[in-house]
Design a binder for this molecule. Sequence first.
Ligand code: HEC
Ligand code: HEC
Ligand code: HEC
Length: 467
Amino acid sequence: MKTAKSSTAATTNHERERRARAALAAALFCAFALYIAWHASHESNSRPVDELPMSTARGDDTSTPIADADKPELIKRGAYLARIGDCVACHTADPGRPFAGGLPISTPLGKIYTPNITPDPDTGIGQWSDTDFIRALHEGIGKGGERLYPAFPYVEFTRMTEQDMLAIRAYLNTIAPVHYTPPANELRFPFNQRWLMILWNLFNFNEGRFVPDPKQSAEFNRGAYLVEGLAHCEECHTPRNFMQGLKTTERFSGATQAGWQAYNITPDRTSGIGNWSDDALIAYLSTGIAAGHASAAGPMADVVQHSTQYLTHEDLRSIVAYLRALPPVSGGVTRPRDAWGKPAVNDITALRGTTITTVSGLQLFVANCASCHHWTGEGVGGSAPGAYPSLIHNSVAGAPRPDNLAMVILHGVRRQTKDSDVLMPAFGDALSNEQVAAISNYVTTQFGDLQATLTAGEVAALRAQPQ
Ligand code: HEC
Ligand code: HEC
Ligand code: HEC
């Protein structure tokens, strides 16, 4: 919500704020170091792996004990669950080597490379026992007892049942082993000290399985189990505290992820998605398009492509039922981001015969964008599949901060789903920061939130965000 509200907060300020936070976190880590070292040496290694009876924790009752004859069924379920957890997106750097890791994840503390989770015995997790595997996902502890970094979403995965994890493990065992060692992490001191995560966990991690709320429907509980757990929506949509832990008081109210705004998805009618119908939300998660509201670009395009498009209708309905029941968080805006804009009328005629001497957003828009989005902004091809979308009533054009608009111009849109392959070209190489700012300001003035303006400096900062 904070991210969505401060409409023109300069990105450079964020950078400074980020550095200050990192420094503060470092200081705090060091101050507690001795205490924690003591704590660690006295900590018992044995912990109950699962505290809840499975049928209670799952939020549904389809679980049965695993017999050998059920193996194909188990693997199939594991494949589906791995989709929901989006394991492949983070653990794949080269599409030819799925699950072999090596993808750099940029964090404020430095770069973390994802490990190889194929069954290769030397470089993957082939030698891990099921208990090792479960401990990693439930507790964020690696095979050698080392602490894992929370760039691995164990903060959410901890809520999963042991049975669902074993299904994922059974599926991962069927993946072709890949012999590949990802590069070493590039983390600054003191963040390269894994044991410091004990301290981080103390403040930011609640280990424990999902507990269904008996006052809520089975549908809600299934949605909560998925969204708060395996699907880890909060990794992007919940703002973080100075230690980079999730702010539990502002859940789902929006946050920034690699330069992209993961919007407020609470049911607030103006700041969130309270004005979307259930069907619009389901369409968004299964295709990436909710006509008249939004389409999915950047990290959300990846989520739709690798994960949510594969969800069953029942699971999508459950997710929606859960999102609907969240406490609404107001970001202080007065108009929903998908309720802005009207078709451009006279602008194009104004261009005729004029000599343009400055960087003109209108001219740049007509030259670079109008072939697909039409000079009126209404798009081309209407609602037919493969049509180019309208920029009117689009959450990216109407957001109070135009970061995603600039990111879409810089990086384009790429989203492959079962029924379409969506492509908007990237303009990052062709356009200067000044030109991107000019187009962005033209788009927000014409089709979006009039208050949302961007400077060339802000575009430069967004361009510098590693993707
Ligand atoms: C948001 C990115 C992300 C997603 C999604 C993700 N992981 Fe990971 N995972 C990581 C990172 C980063 C690490 C390494 C953490 C570290 O080095 O401390 C990791 C570590 C692991 C490890 C420990 C491996 C080792 O060698 O130490 C396992 C096991 C694992 N992940 C399994 C999974 C499974 C199963 C899923 C899907 C249910 C999944 N991960 C989804 C980012 C991710
Ligand atoms: C890797 C980060 C990431 C994860 C994980 C993620 N989101 Fe998003 N989400 C985003 C970003 C970024 C956007 C904005 C996309 C855009 O600008 O096109 C977004 C947009 C959305 C929107 C549209 C909001 C609007 O007004 O345009 C919805 C709804 C949504 N996400 C729901 C979810 C749900 C449900 C999950 C979990 C299943 C989830 N997201 C997981 C990053 C993420
Ligand atoms: C070759 C056709 C093409 C061109 C040229 C083009 N776009 Fe797009 N644009 C698309 C497609 C396709 C999408 C994605 C539609 C979807 O997500 O389903 C898109 C999406 C968008 C979105 C919505 C992103 C979101 O997450 O909701 C915005 C905003 C946008 N374009 C702005 C621009 C601007 C500004 C320019 C000029 C710099 C431009 N486009 C040029 C085809 C194009």
